[in-house]
Design a protein around this ligand. Structure first.
Ligand code: SF4
Ligand code: SF4
Length: 376
């Protein structure tokens, strides 16, 4: 296993035989194109240890963790596999921010997470569940940023990032402040809402960690319309990973994995893919065309229809319908509909018509509910 030089004299592992590497923004690190989201690890201690260790051996050098995932056990499940192997990898930690989060509390959390992971410092630490609204709490005197700067001065943290689910507009503003070295956002072939933010991050030299590249498991199902749209005749999970990595501004695709087979398959997908051969613009055009086929009456998730008298989550059902029709996710749609509780099923609709009256986009809600019902 070779090493690559970093700006911190702490080389990251690099296994060119099994993995590809991409710049981590302006940090000087070369990060593995596939990174490991540790939020889906199972309760199987032996499997977790084997899988994390195997990932490092295959050249994965970024592991995303926080104490809060998996009911507080995420970092405990991750640490054993990294024993004696932390020197050449980035293990990111994450702590939330809120109006009452003081520098003291934030610092205590950094130390706690280091302790669980058996690390003496974080190469990346993230301000999690961040929003533009929380910026004053980050920057106020005695607030979170004081803790971060002190931890950086003391060598407990090298770089900082943020992550969350705020609007793309607000995340753009967060980027422009110029405080962060990385941003971690949801990005996949189904959800490209942060694409402009990712582009801006690239311009600013901010590393981009793409969360949910396989759509949080949705794209583990066949999406029959995607291969033609993005001109890749591949199984859906492989196609999804390759799409994300075709975006030159993405540093790494961070996938939550919990079997050795999944890990090895993803590593192979990344290794066998040369992003320089991909035409990202054409792929995006193909995806736009898929959406356009749904026509003008498109559900934007505005939720003006939220108070259904029968308690249906209409926006969620419309989103399921759109994924089915636009991407050909029929099997996923069937399984998802079957997993909904009885009281959330389209059959509960009493056809009062209130939702259609409120919908600004004139979505044919009743017709789509009927189609979902028929599919089951
Ligand atoms: S038409 Fe059906 S889905 Fe729409 S508000 Fe009435 S009961 Fe709910
Ligand atoms: S009101 Fe229309 S566009 Fe808005 S969430 Fe409901 S169905 Fe979608």
């Amino acid at each position: 296993m070779a090493v690559t030089a970093s700006t911190h004299n702490e080389p990251l592992i690099c296994n060119d035989e099994t993995m590809r590497y991409r710049p981590m923004g302006k940090t000087g690190y070369m990060v593995s194109a596939l990174s490991f989201g540790c939020m889906r690890l199972k309760e199987d201690k032996a499997l977790n240890e084997k899988m994390i260790s195997r990932a490092v051996d295959l050249g994965v050098n970024y592991f995303e963790t926080t104490r809060y995932y998996l009911e507080g056990t995420c970092q405990h499940r991750t640490a054993p596999g990294l024993k004696e192997k932390t020197a050449g990898v980035i293990v990111s930690g994450k702590e939330s921010i809120s109006p009452d989060k003081s520098a003291y509390l934030f610092r205590r959390e950094i130390e706690r997470q280091l302790d669980i992971l058996g690390l003496d410092h974080f190469k990346f630490f993230q301000v999690g569940w961040f929003t533009w609204q929380n910026m004053p709490h980050l920057l106020k005197r005695g607030g979170v940023f004081d803790a971060i700067r002190r931890a950086q001065d003391e060598g407990l943290i090298k770089f900082i990032g943020f992550t969350g689910h705020d609007t793309p507009e607000n995340f753009m503003r967060c980027l422009e402040i110029g405080l962060f070295d990385s941003i971690t956002v949801t990005y996949n072939v189904l959800n490209r809402s942060y694409e402009p933010v990712i582009q801006r991050a690239g311009e600013l030299g901010v590393a981009v960690v793409a969360m949910s590249p396989v759509g949080g498991g949705v794209l583990a199902y066949p999406a029959t319309r995607l291969p033609e749209a993005v001109a890749m005749d591949l199984p859906t999970p492989a196609l999804a990973l390759r799409f994300v990595l075709s975006n030159p501004n993405v540093s790494t695709a961070c996938s939550g994995m919990n079997t050795i087979e999944m890990l090895e398959e993803n590593v192979k997908t990344v290794r066998d893919f040369d992003p320089s051969t991909a035409n990202f613009e054409e792929m995006c055009t193909g995806l736009v065309r898929l959406r356009e086929k749904l026509g003008e009456r498109f559900c934007t998730g505005c939720r003006y229809c939220a108070d259904c008298r029968e308690g249906l989550d209409i926006a969620r059902l419309m989103d399921i319908w759109q994924n089915w029709k636009a991407f050909g996710l029929e099997e996923w749609t069937r399984d998802t509909m079957r997993s909904l509780p009885e009281e959330k099923q389209p059959a509960r609709c009493s056809a009062c018509g209130d939702c259609e009256d409120k919908c600004p986009n004139d979505v044919a809600i009743l017709e789509r509910l009927a189609q979902l019902g028929e599919l089951m």
